[in-house]
Design a protein around this ligand. Structure first.
Ligand code: GDP
Ligand code: MG
Length: 177
């Protein structure tokens, strides 16, 4: 989980976006602190967390930004996207509507962010398989069509969260190297 004394070779800003309650804050909490809360309160104020990891012998500080409840008001501003080199586009596999809104989020992202931003589509809450409303195939097909990485995660069970961040960070790393 990073050593404060080490030198940092890279800082990569990554933004989390998607509808409210899909699990963005818990995905971040799982990645940054290996914590999860079932009754997480809506985030207030712009916020990011960092975690430093090593990729190909270089230390990379991931600075992960979390939309501060602004997703409800469509108020995510261009400042949020500024300087971002990665984006995690999150929906809830048990809520079809959150997947149906993904094209809008993608449009917003493409309007505000750098055109070379690395994007991963994430279907969260795979621990609730019995309530699944979005087939994996639908999301996979959409991701392929749009040129996005894709993974399904569970912040609760810590499934694929590390993999999702590593996918984005490694791709960014490869682009800048
Ligand atoms: P955000 O609004 O997108 O930041 O969503 P939150 O991270 O606040 O999560 C919304 C709710 O979903 C909270 O009650 C979380 O505990 C819950 N949640 C988040 N991730 C998961 C998950 O992987 N599985 C389950 N079962 N619940 C989750
Ligand atoms: Mg949140």
């Amino acid at each position: 989980y990073g050593d404060a004394s080490q030198k940092i070779d890279y800082v990569f800003k990554v933004v989390l976006i998607g509808d409210s309650a899909v699990g963005k804050s818990q995905i971040l909490s799982r990645f940054a602190r290996n914590e999860f809360s079932l009754d997480s309160k809506a985030t207030i104020g712009v916020e990011f967390q960092t975690r430093t990891l090593v990729i190909q012998h270089k230390s990379v500080k991931a600075q992960i930004w979390d939309t501060a409840g602004q997703e409800r008001y469509r108020a995510v501003t261009s400042a949020y996207y500024r300087g971002a080199v990665g984006a995690m586009l999150v929906y809830d596999i048990t809520k079809r509507q959150t997947f149906d809104h993904i094209p809008r989020w993608l449009e917003e992202l493409r309007a505000h962010a750098d055109k070379n931003i690395v994007i991963i589509l994430i279907g969260n809450k795979t621990d609730l398989e019995d309530q699944r409303a979005v087939p994996t195939e639908d999301a996979k097909e959409f991701a392929e069509k749009e040129g996005l990485f894709f993974l399904e995660t569970s912040a609760l069970e810590a499934t694929n969260v590390e993999e999702a961040f590593l996918t984005v960070l490694t791709e960014i790393f490869n682009i800048v190297n």
